[in-house]
Design a protein around this ligand. Structure first.
Ligand code: 4NP
Length: 155
């Protein structure tokens, strides 16, 4: 059975699609494609159907990672459909948990930065209203956190 990961941010156009595609990149390198699958979603409806943000795509391309997918909104059905749900920041985390009224799925929801080993950040910073450096930083942080997550899943 495939282990299913869902990455969640606010808009599903910057951080969570970057996390999804970086994770897929590492999964392919580790030849674990048949064992782990990835998707992403946003807590908001702001950008439903949109491609990943051009600035985020450019930052990922510098690391030879292509960002694919279209934005969708997180839905309570995702609690059942995924094994692990990774929130990019505390607002996303709180928003997701608020949709789990019975608390049945609370243990499936984690903070992405808990898996980073080379960064002290507790949240993946929202790059949307900032400059290029912010987008590059998100890629750097997510490469670290995704590697930590893969190592965690692998044992
Ligand atoms: P994301 O970034 O949550 O990483 O996709 C954002 C995208 C859009 C907005 C905020 C953050 N927005 O306010 O439209």
């Amino acid at each position: 059975m495939t282990y299913r990961l869902l990455f969640v941010c606010l808009g599903n156009i910057c951080r969570s699609p970057a996390a999804e595609n970086i994770m897929n990149h590492l999964i392919a390198q580790a030849e674990l494609t048949s064992e782990i699958s990835c998707d992403s979603a946003g807590t908001s409806s702001y950008h439903i159907g949109a491609l990943p943000d051009r600035r985020m795509r450019a930052a990922a391309a510098e690391q030879s990672i292509q960002l694919v997918g279209h934005a969708r909104q997180f839905t309570p059905a995702d609690f059942e459909a995924f094994d692990l749900i990774l929130a990019m920041d505390r607002d996303n985390y709180r928003h997701i948990l608020a949709l789990d009224r019975t608390r049945a799925y609370h243990s499936k929801v984690k903070m992405m930065c808990d898996y980073a080993t080379n960064h002290a950040d507790q949240e993946v910073p929202d790059p949307y209203y900032g400059g290029t450096d912010g987008f590059n930083y998100v890629i750097d942080l997510l490469l670290d956190a995704c590697a930590g997550l893969l190592a965690d899943l692998d044992h």
